[in-house]
Each structure stands twice: as structure tokens, then as C-alpha cells.
Design a protein around this ligand. Structure first.
Ligand SMILES: CCC/C=C/C(=O)SCCNC(=O)CCNC(=O)[C@H](O)C(C)(C)COP(=O)([O-])OP(=O)([O-])OC[C@H]1O[C@@H](n2cnc3c(N)ncnc32)[C@H](O)[C@@H]1OP(=O)([O-])[O-]
Ligand SMILES: NC(=O)C1=CN([C@@H]2O[C@H](COP(=O)(O)OP(=O)(O)OC[C@H]3O[C@@H](n4cnc5c(N)ncnc54)[C@H](OP(=O)(O)O)[C@@H]3O)[C@@H](O)[C@H]2O)C=CC1
Length: 282
């Protein structure tokens, strides 16, 4: 049971922890999946600059090494592990190793993922399965192993799942839309189940963010992306990194089960076709 509430006053406000203080994450270990590029790389950098020991994971060692070396060159703390998030046993081993080496992680930024653009009617079985395995199953394996470690070591924890803006669907990305909706509702559910362990679970839904990942899309589709929100521009990986820090810091200590949409208003105005707009809709 939580302590009885007490009205905060001047003395409390003078001392309450500041979010985004330059050393706010000192002594914390932050695991960022997909940290070798784009949003994950930016997020690893920001946590490292705020004092955290960051660990980046992904499938391609070269990208992880480049990220870790650049962060270390600034005198900051970074390490990497090669891991495919779709490998359940590998994810279990990753968390066991990090527990042995770093005493576990404090924050999981579940960012690894992606998809290919294609009209849903043309999906092959393997194509659909690969995207769901990547974004839903893989994200879940990471969430569950983080939570198991926190529960078993009686330690609080925080998860931020990077999803996508799915309330209106996502034309040309039905597979990823299904998977991300799954992650959002997994998050809302375990935010309740895991509150008793001191674990907060939130999502960040990025709109169009200009990252290395944009290379997955055709020039025709990509050239319309920046017109899919009322700000009429792309967001940056740094925009998403800051949202991840907000949700992981004391700024969000009373926030769980939430989806923070960071899309320049795209969910309210404009349309996005991941595989290009069919003539019928022009
Ligand atoms: C715009 C705003 C919204 C979001 C933006 C972002 O997310 S930006 C970030 C964007 N960043 C990323 O997305 C990066 C991460 N993305 C990825 O790694 C891949 O997209 C992945 C999720 C498919 C990984 O799957 P994997 O390693 O398991 O791949 P695999 O090679 O083993 O293939 C498995 C099946 O998928 C099929 N298939 C694959 N490509 C295509 C295609 N273009 N077309 C059709 N089908 C395709 C492939 O043919 C096979 O089926 P088959 O032939 O056996 O029937
Ligand atoms: N950019 C955008 O506009 C948007 C992005 N997103 C999501 O944000 C996240 C980051 O995307 P972004 O930075 O833009 O693009 P990137 O393609 O640069 O990032 C995806 C990262 O995830 C890693 N990854 C992919 N699959 C796996 C896997 N199975 N196991 C481990 N690592 C994996 C990739 O590394 P490697 O291939 O080496 O494993 C890569 O570093 C993704 O989930 C993406 O779908 C959502 C909405 C919009």
C-alpha cells in the first residue's frame, strides 16, 4: 500500500527532483534496443549525456560498435550486445548477463522494430509473420524479461515501448499496425498488473521521423511523408529521445499505461501512405 497522501508545500517544491538534470540518470542502466541507428541511437546518446550507463542492442554488430565508440569518445558510459529480439532464449540470456555485469537494467527503451511497406492484400504469410514477430513478439519478450528481473530482485523499473500512430490504421502497413496496436494494449494491461512491482509501462508513438529507417520507403512515398502532419515537416530522432527521457524520469512518476504521440499533429490532420498513395485516392 502507498503512504497516506500529504499536501506538498514550499519546502517540498524547493527540493523535489528536477527532471532533465544533467546527471539525472547517473547510476542508472538503460537498455535501448535498436540502438545502432535512428531513434535508438539518439535515445542512447541522450541517456548517456544525462549520466546513464547505456547498453545498445540490435542485430548488426558494426552499427552498435560505431554508436558505443562515439558515445565513449565523449567520456560517457556505453556498451553493446548483439541480440535479435525475436529470439526468446537469447533475450533471456541478455537480461541474465546484464544482471551479472551491471546489476540489471533500470530502464528499457523497447525501440527495435520495423516493417516493409506493402498493400495488405499482397502480404505473404512469412512477410506478415516476420513483421508481427519483430514488433509484437520481440517487444513482448523484452518487456517480460525486464519485468521478471525487476520482480525477482524487488527493484522498480520503467519500460518505454516505441510504437506508431495507429488509431486511424496505417495504410501500407497493416501488419505493423496490428503489431503496434498489440503492443499498446499489452502495455495498458501490464501497466496495471505490474504496478504492484513498481514497474511503469508507457509507449511513445512517433509520427514521421527522419532517420536511417526512412530508407525502407520508396522515394514516392517518402516525399509525401512530411506533408502528413500540420507542421508539414519531419520530426527528428532527438524529438523521440526526449520523450523517452520524459517518460523514464521523475517527470512521469505518476504516468503509466499511456501513449505519448509525438507526430506534429499528424493524428489530427493529413494522411500517410507507407507504400505510396494509390490512384483511387488521388
Ligand atoms: C512512415 C511512418 C511509419 C513508420 C516508419 C518506420 O517504422 S521507419 C523504420 C523502418 N526500419 C525498419 O523497418 C528496419 C527493420 N525492418 C526489418 O528488419 C524488416 O522490414 C523485417 C521486419 C521484415 C525483418 O524481417 P526479416 O529479417 O525476418 O526479413 P526476411 O528478409 O527474412 O523476410 C521475411 C519475409 O518478409 C518479406 N519481406 C521482407 N521485405 C519485404 C518487402 N520490402 N516487400 C515484401 N516482402 C518483404 C520477405 O520476402 C519474407 O517473406 P517470404 O518471401 O519468405 O514470403
Ligand atoms: N522513423 C519513423 O518515422 C518511425 C519509426 N517508428 C519505429 O521506431 C523504431 C526505430 O525506428 P528508426 O530509428 O526510425 O529506424 P531504424 O531502422 O534506424 O531503427 C530500427 C532499429 O531496430 C533494429 N532492429 C530491427 N529489428 C530488430 C530485431 N529483430 N532485433 C534487434 N534489433 C532489431 C535495427 O538494427 P538491426 O537491423 O541492426 O537489427 C535498427 O537499429 C522502430 O520500431 C520503427 O518502426 C515508428 C513510427 C515512425
Amino acid at each position: 500500500m502507498a503512504d497516506s497522501p500529504r499536501v506538498m508545500g514550499d519546502a517540498d517544491f524547493a527540493r523535489a527532483p528536477l527532471p532533465f538534470s544533467a546527471t539525472g540518470f547517473a547510476g542508472k542502466t538503460v537498455l535501448v534496443s535498436g540502438g545502432g541507428s535512428g531513434i535508438g541511437k539518439a535515445t542512447a546518446w541522450l541517456f548517456a549525456r544525462l549520466g546513464a550507463q547505456v547498453i545498445v542492442t540490435g542485430r548488426t554488430e558494426e552499427k552498435l560498435v560505431t554508436t558505443v565508440e562515439a558515445i565513449r569518445a565523449q567520456g560517457l558510459l556505453a556498451d553493446y550486445r548483439v541480440q535479435d529480439i525475436r529470439d526468446y532464449d537469447g533475450v533471456a540470456t541478455l537480461f541474465a548477463e546484464l544482471y551479472g555485469e551491471y546489476g540489471g537494467v533500470d530502464v528499457l527503451i523497447n525501440n527495435a522494430g520495423g516493417q516493409f511497406p506493402q498493400p495488405a492484400i499482397d502480404f505473404s504469410k512469412n512477410g506478415f509473420d516476420a513483421v508481427v514477430a519483430n514488433n509484437l513478439n520481440g517487444s513482448w519478450y523484452m518487456m517480460q524479461h525486464a519485468a521478471l528481473q525487476w520482480r525477482d530482485s524487488a527493484k522498480a523499473g520503467c519500460i518505454v515501448n516505441i510504437v506508431a500512430v495507429v488509431p486511424r490504421g496505417m495504410a501500407g502497413g497493416a501488419h505493423t499496425c496490428a503489431a503496434r496496436a498489440g503492443v499498446i494494449h499489452l502495455s495498458k494491461t501490464v501497466a496495471v498488473e505490474w504496478a504492484e512491482y513498481g514497474i511503469r509501462v508507457n509507449c511513445v508513438a512517433p509520427g514521421v521521423i527522419f532517420s536511417e529507417g526512412m530508407g525502407v520507403y520508396s522515394e514516392e512515398a517518402r516525399s509525401a511523408f512530411d506533408q502528413s502532419n500540420p507542421m508539414r515537416r519531419f520530426g527528428t530522432p532527438w524529438d523521440i529521445a526526449q520523450s523517452c527521457v520524459f517518460l523514464s524520469d521523475s517527470s512521469a512518476r505518476f504516468i503509466t499505461g499511456e501513449v505519448l504521440t509525438v507526430d506534429g499533429g499528424g493524428q489530427l490532420w493529413g494522411d500517410l501512405w507507407m507504400a505510396g498513395k494509390p490512384d483511387y485516392f488521388k
